[in-house]
Design a protein around this ligand. Structure first.
Ligand code: TRP
Length: 464
């Protein structure tokens, strides 16, 4: 794939390579860990509906905008805005993206580290399953067993830190040594395997007694839940859509800069968004039936998936093999995402601040390392970081669509989207309508609401 710095700029070598890399960035813990628990906390089906609308009407246009910016400028997010809008302040969006990258990478890699803990634990649980006596336990006892384990793991200090540092090291190592090439090749094989495994889980989960309720929860919009907390639900759906698609931060500006001119940016964006959304929904179909069958609270929070998955695995014949493969693939899916976030910081450091790629990577990895350690020891810190994408990413996305809709000359984005006339880009007017009006207005409105609602939760008096 890419090796920035001196000489010729690298590019993805094939159409599938582009999609694999962008989908590799998009598909990760956001789909399997964050999506189910955020949906669970926000009432289920109604959240899903809003989420899907945001993906289609806002997410895809933002993604296309990022690709257009990256590919026309051939630079990191900060450099790209400087090049396309010289002497203007637009490059501050790029800087906002770099700041967001630090924050997101810190808590995200902490959760990525949990996959390693569960990789090890799943072997232990399955080997000792007779001694633990899963077969004699009722659902309630099984659930308590795994939630107790989660609690004691997360409240410990060393294990979460060590797993986090290991993931951080892998991420830095992959980015600096340029073995992303190899990673992409693996990703092409392993991501479909992850999909198959998820489908196996769906089948198992649906065969549990009482599981139908889970499907109803996921797919049947219950609008009375929205009425209870409309602002929270809508903001979190928007934030999750941005988070899951890896947009609003410049990741896809950076990746866009490595896409060859003849590639069709619109079909790439649509393919990535569809794949990402499918994985999230299928993860939901694996999780929620088991959640209801075992009487787990769907609004449980960030531990939801890490309790539910082991519960499903211990109920399967050959559970060990499934669990082991699953957490390995999840770890891999997380890595293809973490490298895409680190890449933003490294591309910025090396291209704008004139560092070598190696120095840039070490500096970025070490500083994110410190932030992440704080996240592992302080649940409060972790919570704030984990909630921040809901506002940071839409903010970035707002300026990105504003830039394409109102600043960049129309023929430039049209030229980029049609790859200089190779493609017809018949959707162009719809695209412009979305990036000029729909997306900026919707994001601005929701962002304002989101800030307001956070301010009144912090200072209840203002709200009266
Ligand atoms: N989208 C990834 C996931 O769902 C996480 C991620 C990677 C990301 N790069 C990003 C999120 C850039 C926001 C911005 O797991």
């Amino acid at each position: 794939m890419l090796q920035g710095g001196n000489g010729e700029r690298d590019s993805f070598s094939s159409k599938f390579g582009v999609i694999a890399a962008a989908a590799g960035s998009a598909i990760g813990l956001g789909n399997i860990w964050r999506f189910p628990y955020v949906l669970g906390q926000n009432g289920g089906g109604a959240f899903l509906l809003i989420y899907l609308i945001f993906i289609a009407a806002i997410g895809i246009p933002v993604m296309m905008s990022e690709f257009v910016i990256g590919r026309s400028a051939q630079l990191n997010p900060v450099g790209a805005f400087k090049k396309l809008a010289p002497g203007k302040k637009w490059h501050l969006i790029g800087l906002l993206g770099v700041v967001s990258a630090f924050i997101i990478l810190a808590f995200y890699t902490v959760v990525a580290g949990w996959t390693l803990e569960y990789l090890v634990q799943s072997v232990k649980w399955m080997i000792m399953s007779n001694k633990i006596g899963f077969s004699q336990m009722d659902n309630h006892a099984v659930r308590s067993f795994f939630s107790n384990h989660y609690e004691s793991f997360i409240s410990g200090i060393w294990r979460p830190i060590i797993w986090f540092l290991l993931m951080m090291f892998f991420t830095g190592y992959i980015v600096v040594s340029g073995v992303k090439n190899g990673i992409e090749k693996y990703a092409k094989v392993l991501m479909p395997v992850l999909l198959v495994l998820l489908l196996v889980l769906v089948v198992r989960s649906l065969s549990l007694e009482g599981s139908r309720e889970g499907l109803r929860f996921l797919f049947k919009p219950n609008f009375s839940t929205i009425r209870e907390a409309p602002v929270k639900i809508i903001i979190e759906a928007l934030g999750q859509a941005f988070f899951s698609l890896s947009i609003g931060m410049g990741t896809l500006i950076t990746y866009g800069s490595y896409i060859r001119k003849k590639e069709n940016l619109a079909t790439t964006a649509v393919n990535v968004a569809v794949a990402d959304t499918l994985i999230a929904v299928i993860a939901g179909m694996a999780i929620f039936p088991a959640v209801f069958a075992f009487g787990i609270d769907p609004g449980e929070g960030p531990d939801l998936v890490y309790i539910t998955l082991p519960v499903i695995f211990q109920s399967m014949s050959g559970g060990l093999i499934w669990a082991f493969m699953f957490f390995l693939l999840l770890c891999f899916a997380a890595l293809t995402s973490t490298i895409s976030v680190l890449e933003v910081i490294v591309a910025y450091f090396s291209e704008q601040l004139d560092m070598s790629r190696k120095k840039a990577t070490v500096l970025a990895t070490v500083s994110v390392g410190f932030l992440g350690i704080i996240c592992t020891v302080s649940p409060k810190f972790f919570g704030v970081f984990n909630a921040s994408p809901d506002l940071l990413l839409p903010l970035g996305g707002f300026f990105i669509v504003l830039f394409i809709g109102w600043f960049l000359a129309g023929n430039k984005s049209r030229d980029e989207l049609s790859s200089g006339g190779i493609y017809k880009a018949r959707y162009y007017r719809l695209f412009i309508f979305l990036v000029k009006f729909v997306a900026p207005l919707a994001i601005a409105f929701l962002f304002a609401l989101g800030v307001y609602s956070r301010v009144i939760t912090l200072f209840p008096k203002i709200g009266g």
